[in-house]
Design a binder for this molecule. Structure first.
Ligand SMILES: O=C1C[C@@](O)(C(=O)O)C[C@@H](O)[C@@H]1O
Length: 313
């Protein structure tokens, strides 16, 4: 167990001890109240104890408010399966869309990975979104343009990034992924502009080279939450098993102490693939699974996820 995890475990222990002594005292106070005449001082102490217990109880309850996108409740029940759409040319894209049409039961939502698809501009993007809508029916569509420095396929200027994301929200994407790294300075207005077009926004952070410490990951997600993203997401690369545990620990911390909205976490690569099936345990509300090409290392087949997830409650 790392130092960090050990000290967090000690914190939990202290919290539990505090709760049980508060309960003891509360019981003792009630006994006093029954046994003797009430004084202002006793009333006061009793009130403080009750407040304290309810505070402590709140801390261990999940305060996540699910996000509804079309008919799908994100952050409620079994993690939802998101299939990325990736294609190197228009022919492959058409094949992927036809496949999606035939196996709608395997997924809950789809992600159009615009950086791994053959789009020249917003006109082609709009056409593809319309075609994708026909293929997936009423399932939610997530639009993502992942930049090169966060593991994506293409470089982009902020102006084109902005234009594409606004176009996607306008043309029927239900969710849009915005990288935190693209939102510095006065760029945050993009978030409200997308909201203004009726789409929900996932704030994302990716590290394809390593796994930052759990407290940094939690801070990132809590920060995105405060900035007004509807869902937060982190994807990190493990170098060893400790890193996978670090990601899981950050997820559990997030769920137990910070999250007021759904979040998504994963440890990538084959080492981290177990994090893609344990969302019920970690609190992650979406897992990315394939029906064709993968969009990140370590993704499992959507049909495998569909079979396994319901039995991991
Ligand atoms: O951010 C994510 C998560 C992901 O990187 C993964 O590891 O499954 C895959 C991406 O397509 C998606 O946008």
């Amino acid at each position: 167990m790392s130092m960090k995890r050990r000290s967090a475990a000690r914190e939990c222990e202290c919290l539990r001890a505090l709760r049980s002594s508060a309960e003891d005292l509360y019981g003792w106070e009630v006994a006093c109240l029954h046994a003797s005449r009430h004084t202002d001082k006793r009333h006061q102490r009793n009130y403080i104890m009750m407040e304290m217990i309810s505070e402590l109880n709140n801390l261990s309850e999940s305060r996540i408010v699910p996000v509804q996108v079309r008919g799908l409740m994100l952050g409620d029940g079994v993690p939802k399966i998101c299939v990325p759409v990736v294609a190197s040319d228009p022919e492959q894209l058409e094949k992927a869309l036809t496949r999606l049409e035939g196996i709608r039961d395997f997924y809950d939502l789809v992600e159009l990975r615009a950086d791994i698809c053959p789009f020249g501009g917003t006109r082609e993007l709009s056409e593809s979104l319309r075609r994708l809508r026909k293929a997936v029916g009423d399932k939610p569509i997530l639009f993502t343009f992942r930049t090169k420095e966060e593991g994506g396929n293409r470089e982009v200027s902020f102006d084109s990034y902005r234009e594409m994301n606004l176009c996607a929200a306008q043309e029927g994407a239900d969710l849009v992924d915005l990288q935190l790294s693209m939102m510095e300075g006065d760029r945050m207005s993009l978030l409200s502009d997308i909201h203004g077009r009726g789409a929900r926004v996932i704030g994302s952070f990716h590290d394809f080279h390593g796994t930052p410490p759990a407290d940094e990951l939690v801070k990132k997600m809590a920060g995105m939450q405060m900035a007004g993203f509807d869902i937060t997401k982190i994807a990190v690369m493990p170098k060893d098993r400790e890193d996978v545990l670090e990601l899981l620990f950050a997820s559990v911390q997030m769920q137990e102490e910070w999250a007021d909205r759904p979040f998504i976490t994963m440890s990538m690569g084959s080492l981290g693939s177990m994090t893609r099936v344990c969302g019920t345990f970690s609190g992650s509300c979406i897992t990315f699974g394939t029906i064709g090409g993968e969009s990140a290392p370590g993704q499992l087949k959507a049909e495998v996820l569909r079979t396994v997830l319901p039995s991991l409650l």
